[in-house]
Design a protein around this ligand. Structure first.
Ligand code: ADP
Length: 167
């Protein structure tokens, strides 16, 4: 039984994340999508509860979401990795720009715990330009984000972003 962890801020989840989630869930017996309370990204726009809720409500777009779990962890990823007796950390790579930071993180995690292997999945062609920040910026200016996030969470995202814009 191989367990993979896909960590990220998912602020908010996009079709790019969901593509990685769907493909990783097929490759491993269990996939844990780990929503971070990342100190390097303290300025998440959506709360932890909202980000977890958006993820769960997005899984109806996936073919076989049965082996996917959403969880959160406040602390080192490798500590969670040990606790869950995981086998692999999954990350998505959109372009060379993702590579340096992701490569560094993979090396650090391996150094902290020798069993913490990272597997990189190349982004889907249509997802290479897609990021949570881009989605937030477009929505904040009233643009159409329906091609980037699932229909089930679209109105909640738009509603909160519009509230911010009005301030
Ligand atoms: P971001 O990097 O957009 O702030 P996250 O921290 O939530 O998003 O990213 C979590 C993981 O998902 C990272 O490995 C990141 O490279 C990957 N990822 C983010 N967006 C995409 C996408 N459009 N396609 C593939 N992987 C992605």
């Amino acid at each position: 039984m191989k367990t993979a962890i896909y960590p990220g801020s998912f602020d908010p989840v996009t079709y790019g994340h969901l593509d990685i989630i769907g493909r990783a869930a097929k490759l491993f017996d269990k996939l844990i999508v780990l929503v971070s309370t990342n100190p390097a990204k303290p300025d998440c726009f959506f709360t932890l509860e909202e980000r977890m809720d958006f993820l769960k409500r997005s899984f109806n777009t996936l073919k076989n979401p049965e082996n996917i779990e959403v969880d959160t962890h406040d602390g080192l990823l490798v500590d969670y990795f040990k606790k869950r007796e995981a086998d692999v950390i999954v990350k998505g790579l959109r372009a060379m720009s993702d590579f340096e930071a992701e490569f560094q993180m993979a090396l650090v995690n391996k150094d902290l715990f020798y069993k913490a292997e990272t597997v990189f999945l190349a982004a889907d062609v249509t997802g290479t330009f897609l990021s949570s920040s881009m989605v937030k910026q477009i929505a904040m200016f009233g643009g159409d984000i329906s091609a980037f996030v699932p229909h089930t969470i679209l109105t909640d995202i738009q509603a909160k972003l519009k509230i911010k814009k009005q301030k």
